[in-house]
Design a binder for this molecule. Structure first.
Ligand code: DGT
Ligand code: MG
Ligand code: MG
Length: 467
């Protein structure tokens, strides 16, 4: 499909691949979770809370091929990716965001099965971080120290020691096993040495090299004792605007599974808008948010955030996911949520107001290009064309030609279709802090920005006042 002149803003996205030759641990922690659980009458030793976490661990270890094991207690969980993984090209933000989002989704969705008499009264939010370990012995120490910290000073029974979930190969089959009990002793790790075994095959390493993610093994060269807190993400530069963009994972399949109307499902879009609104309400540094299809971009004012990017990315995607699952029945009255939806997220820094505007223009042009194309595609499909022929018919045509096709063959005036489908959704924080929802707007031209100069200018003024 055609590319716009704004496409250049993609160049600001950084490649955050974690160094090869390292085991990757993604650690997920509940935010204010003691209070959340207490508020629902759940104490530290509540077996239902651990069973819920264990259930999420088992599903994730099963679903993610390269996760070899996971350990969880009621407030937090850690997932170990094999050192040879090339999953998501080892991109840190993707690994952390997808795992946090998937965990959140499963947790919220499964809550009623474990607490049938207690409705969720507040929204569970998790944050995540990635750690790199050059040796499997360090992963083992990490897991052991988690358990030691959890039970420190307590006479814990096996059942209270957290849940350990791991993959085991039985013949050609892979099994996901779960156990409660002590994982700190040498005897345990000798018996379970297969869990953190290095792979003999070089296939995945070669694959990673071909994809160009091989990096200098900086972590390996360091003193192993210092690697323990190998969090890789730094702080954001305060001088930048930050965009956090989330996107549904495998939403084509998800939309089909839940019978979304094509090409635009009003309920699905409204649900996305409501989740985005919750993010703006929670994070008052966000000046506006723009949404299309299964994605939403949140613009964080210049000078605002000093959080590590993983913290920001994961808390945003987790809150969004929690809301998505909790609000689902409000928009899909007659449709059960059949699987746990997940989103990925990334954060990108933009140095100037012009690049921010161009970013939003890029997304709105994309919305336009995709929507014209999808509207035509589904009309052709309704007419009886198979997917391949419908694609062929549209290949190489411009948007203007597609609009003509709609008008001539289907008597559809494209410009009369709901503006929300053609232009996306925009949530703006007004100077009085209220959040306004625009459906018919144009962030590509100058008029919108002249009329709404406070979105970008207010913060420029603030920065210079502090300088
Ligand atoms: P990804 O993001 O790489 O994991 O894969 P997808 O499948 O999420 O692909 P993406 O994000 O490029 O495109 C979004 C998909 O979501 C698109 O194939 C259609 C689906 N989708 C989003 N909103 C709607 C809707 O309102 N109606 C229908 N029928 N489909 C929708
Ligand atoms: Mg998607
Ligand atoms: Mg998308």
């Amino acid at each position: 499909m055609a590319q716009s002149k704004y496409e250049y803003v993609k160049g600001f996205e950084s490649d955050d691949a974690l160094p090869s030759g390292n085991w990757i641990v993604v650690r997920i922690q509940g935010r204010d979770f003691k209070e959340l659980l207490k508020g629902h009458g759940v104490e530290r030793d509540d077996s239902r809370a651990l069973a819920l976490v264990e259930d999420c661990l088992k599903t994730l270890v099963w679903n993610f091929f390269d996760i070899v094991c996971a350990y969880g207690v009621i407030y937090e969980s850690s997932f170990v990716f094999h050192e040879s993984t090339s999953f998501f090209r080892r991109r840190e933000s993707k690994l952390v965001s997808v795992l946090v989002s998937s965990f959140t989704s499963l947790y919220v969705r499964s809550w009623p099965s474990f607490f049938p008499e207690t409705n969720l009264l507040s929204t569970p939010v998790f944050s995540g971080a990635a750690y790199c370990y050059p040796k499997n012995s360090l992963v083992r120490s990490y897991l052991s120290s988690l358990q030691e910290n959890w039970i420190s000073g307590l006479q814990a029974s096996n059942d209270q020691m957290g849940a350990f979930v791991f993959k085991r190969k039985v013949g050609e089959q892979v099994d996901v096993c779960s156990m409660r009990g002590e994982i700190t002793s040498d005897a345990f790790w000798m018996e379970h040495s297969f869990i953190l075994e290095k792979k003999k095959s070089k296939r995945s390493i070669i694959k990673a090299r071909q994809r160009g993610v091989e990096q200098s093994p900086t972590m390996v060269e360091r003193d192993p004792m210092k690697v323990d807190l190998g969090v890789t993400t730094g702080q954001f530069l305060q001088a930048n605007w930050i965009v956090v963009r989330i996107d549904g994972r495998g939403f084509k399949k998800f939309a089909d599974l839940h019978g979304f109307q094509k090409p635009n499902d009003e309920r699905a879009l409204q649900l996305m808008d409501e989740c985005a609104k919750a993010i703006l309400e929670e994070n008052t540094d966000i000046v506006c948010a723009y949404g299309i299809s299964d994605e939403y971009s949140f613009l964080i004012r210049r000078g605002a955030h000093q959080q590590a990017s993983n913290e920001l990315i994961s808390a945003t995607v987790s809150l969004f996911t929690s809301k998505y699952v909790m609000l689902w029945p409000k928009f899909f009255h007659d449709r059960e949520l059949e699987c746990a939806p997940a989103f990925d997220a990334r954060a990108v820094c933009y140095p100037t107001e012009t690049t921010v505007r161009d970013y939003l223009a890029w997304r709105q042009v994309d919305c336009h290009i995709n929507n014209v194309n999808n509207t035509c595609f589904w009309k052709l499909r309704e007419q009886g064309l198979n997917p391949s022929n419908a694609h062929k018919t549209l290949m190489g045509t411009r948007s203007s030609e597609k609009k003509e096709l709609l008008s001539n063959d289907f008597r559809i005036d494209y410009n009369a279709l709901p503006a929300k489908y053609r232009k996306g959704s925009l949530l703006v924080r007004k100077p009085d802090q209220t959040i306004f929802h625009y459906h018919d707007f144009d962030v590509i031209g100058d008029d919108f920005w002249k009329e709404h100069s406070y979105i970008l200018q207010k913060w420029v003024a603030m920065i210079s006042a502090h300088a």
